[in-house]
Structures are given as C-alpha cells and as structure tokens.
Design a protein around this ligand. Structure first.
Ligand code: T4K
Length: 389
C-alpha cells in the first residue's frame, strides 16, 4: 500500500484521441454550421438512439434543462413524488417547474425510490413520479409502471447515471414516459456538458424537439413557452468521438469493478451495491459502497477523511440528502422519520474513484487501503512511507 503521488479523483473524463475530434471540428469549420440541429447533431442523435436501444431520443445542452423540458412536455403540475437520494438537479428541476415536491423513502439495497413509498404518497393532487436510477442501478420499473397506470400518473426517470443500462434486454429509456440522460464531463459518455431525453413515440419526440427550441413550430408560429435546450455541433462532434471509444472504456471499467470486488468482498461493514438480476447490461458509471455504521471500524465520514491521506479523493454522494437542503427541509415529507432508509444511507454511501484510465495497480491500491483502514486499529498507518510523497 502506498500514498498516490497525485490526487485520484472520483471521476476523470473519457478523452478520445484529439485527432479524432479535430477531424470532426474541420467538418464543422468547412460547413460553417455551428448549432441548431446540424449534421453532427443528427448523426449523434441517431447513433445514441441505437446505442441506448430506445424508441426516440432528443439531445440537450445538459441534463438539467432536459429534466425541465420533460416536466413541461408531460404537463406536470400539483404534486410530484420524488427521491431524497439524488443530485440537486432532480428536485430543483421540479421546483423550477412550479410543482410541489413530495419525497418518498428509498430501498436500502438499490438506493432507489421505493414503490410502496410512492403509493403511500399519492394524493388527489399527484400528477407524476420522478425517480432516479441511482448510480445506474435500475428502479423497480415494473412496479412503478403498475402504480402509474392505476393512478394515471406520468413517470419521468432521471437516468443521469444510467447510460447504456439495460433491463430484461431493453434499454432503460424504454421504460416510463420520459428518461433523462446526462452527458456531463464526469459521466461515462459525455459531450463536455450535454444530455438527452428518450421517449416512446414520434409525436412526443417532436413535441420535445420544439419545446427545446423556444416552442417554435415553424416560421409563422410559436405554440407555447419553450426554452433553449439545444446541443451545439462542437458538443455533438465531441460526443461522436467519445462514443467511438466507448467499448474500450466499458471493458476497462468491468476490469476495475472486478478488482474492487476481489479485494473488498468480505470486509466487515463494507457492502458493494448489488446489481439486480434483471440487469442485462450494466451502466458502469459509478462505484458506490456502503459503510455500515453498526459493523464497520470507521464511519463513512471517517473513511472519506482517512482516504485523503493517501490522495484518494472519494465523494459522499448524495450527502447532504435533498431533504436536508434549506429549500426543502421544512416540507412534511422531508422529516427524517418519514425517510428512515434515505437518512441512514445518506451517512453510509461513498463513491470510489471509477474511470477507465485508472490503472489496475491504482485500483488494487485504493481497494487495499480501504480494506486495511476498515480492518486495522485506528492509529495504525498502513501505507508504505518509502513511496509516500
Ligand atoms: N441527475 C442526477 C442524478 C445527476 O447526478 C446529475 C448530475 C444531474 C441530474 C444533472 O445533470 P447535468 O445537468 O449535470 O447534465 C458532478 C457533475 O457536475 C454532475 O453532472 C453530476 N450529476 C454529479 C453527480 O457530479 P460534482 O459537483 O460532484 O462535480 P465535480 O466538479 O466535483 O467533479 C467530480 C470530480 O470529477 C472532480 O473531483 C474531478 C473530476 N473532474 C471534474 C470535471 C468537471 C475532472 O477530472 N474533470 C472535469 O472537467 O458534480
């Protein structure tokens, strides 16, 4: 074990060869077409629709604007049920739409919104559900579909972590009314900043396409209140270059997952998030572990701090919980006793460094340090000082 010479962050962007990007940039320069659904955009949209195995796809400038547009496209109003265990974009997008948030508890194993909690939270004002496939583990999509049908609710999935995820051999975006993907630089697939919405039919796709372009229907008509959510040609070109190295990246991430699993299995108080049997293709975006307070030698916070000494920079996603933000903490559904699982998981979950350019040796070292920290007496420093900087 040793201290890493420079910080190892939780994520590192997937960078294709610069020459591949340059080639595409040249095409953009030659065409003088920079944005507003040009050729790179069209090529990427079609390539991603196939890659993600979804019926329809619309690209966006980022995932958050995409979520806002999804809510608008489905006319969400009244109350929407959502998860406390997600990134700020999930509840914030609902609040920006002007709907009232109702939080429900999560499953302590998948970390996703519990169908029973959704059912309990439904009132006559409920119009929809916004659930996140946290860390690429799918929500219970079939149970949610059943609830939505019975109560006539719209379902938006925040699939920011779910790029490439397949359940029962179906692209995750083929479930629910609309699924959002984030193409932020820290995600497996990225366009620097970017995102997409998948939906089930061409009419909805056309509606979304118009909403993201100011709700302009044609030269003569603006049909409603739209927004500018367009992805530009330079972002699309980068996305196409990133997509061309995706298979290699996924192979590396499988290997790194296996290294973590090999070393961390059996460490008292440490649990890797289990991949449900229905998953036929993993997303491979995050490496979350749960540090169980009752059994582990260190708490999640102590482990997070101790790892910094080795230059291993983990992240306490998603702490604070969305229900702990000032803007939401006074909602009745945000009270900790209403969401006991989320309250506990918020203090136990830690995202480990996870990206293809992480070397095998580095992944082994990170895992060995964690194993040692959780198994040794508190005051014993396990790293090899000779290699420390
Ligand atoms: N829904 C969910 C569930 C989400 O997780 C997100 C975004 C969204 C919605 C919204 O989608 P977008 O509108 O962003 O498309 C990061 C990302 O900024 C954010 O996109 C992501 N989720 C969230 C989980 O993570 P931070 O504040 O943790 O990022 P930051 O800047 O600390 O980056 C993490 C690490 O990555 C750094 O320690 C170093 C490394 N890094 C980062 C950047 C930006 C690099 O090596 N290069 C870079 O360019 O939010």
């Amino acid at each position: 074990m040793y201290k890493h010479e420079s910080p190892i962050f939780v994520a590192s962007p997937l960078l294709p060869e610069l020459s591949a990007v340059e080639e595409r940039l040249k095409q953009i320069w030659d065409s003088k077409w920079l944005t507003n659904i040009g050729p790179q955009h069209k090529e990427l949209e079609s390539a991603l629709r196939q890659h993600l195995r979804v019926p329809e796809l619309s690209l966006f400038c980022n995932g958050t604007i995409a979520l806002l547009t999804a809510g608008k496209a489905l006319n969400l109003s009244g109350e929407v049920i959502t998860t406390p265990f997600s990134f700020a974009a999930t509840p914030h997008s609902l609040s920006w739409m002007g709907v009232d948030l109702v939080f429900g508890d999560i499953d302590p194993h998948t970390l996703n919104l519990l169908p029973e909690a959704i059912e309990r939270a439904i009132t006559p004002r409920t119009t929809g559900i916004m659930a996140t496939h946290v860390f690429g583990t799918p929500c219970d999509v079939e149970a949610i579909e059943d609830i939505a049908k019975r109560h006539n609710l719209k379902v938006v999935y925040d699939g920011a972590h779910a790029f490439g995820l397949e359940v029962n051999n179906r692209g995750i975006g083929s479930y629910g009314d609309i699924t959002m993907y984030s193409f932020h630089a820290t995600k497996l697939f990225h366009t620097v900043e970017g995102g997409a919405l998948s939906c089930q039919d061409p009419d909805m796709k056309q509606h979304i396409d118009m909403l993201k372009n100011f709700a302009i229907r044609n030269e003569e008509e603006v049909f409603g209140i739209g927004i500018n959510g367009k992805l530009n040609e330079v972002q699309a070109a980068i996305g196409l270059s990133v997509l061309s190295v995706m298979d290699k990246e996924r192979t590396r991430r499988v290997r790194i997952y296996d290294i973590y699993k090999e070393v961390l299995t059996g460490v008292a108080g440490l649990e890797m998030v289990k991949i449900p049997d229905a998953v036929t293709r993993r997303s491979l975006q995050y490496m979350p572990v749960l540090v169980r307070k009752s059994e582990a030698r260190l708490s999640r916070n102590e482990l997070h701090t101790a790892l910094k000494e080795y230059n291993i920079i983990t992240r306490k996603y998603f702490h604070p919980l969305c229900t702990q933000y000032d803007c939401y903490k006074d909602l009745p559904s945000a009270a900790p006793d209403q969401i006991p699982n989320a309250t506990r998981i918020g203090s136990e979950c830690l995202a480990l460094p996870y990206y293809g350019s992480l070397k095998d040796e580095e992944a082994y070292n990170i895992a060995e340090v964690i194993r040692h920290l959780l198994s040794s007496p508190m005051n014993q420093k396990p790293y090899d000082l000779a290699r420390a900087c």
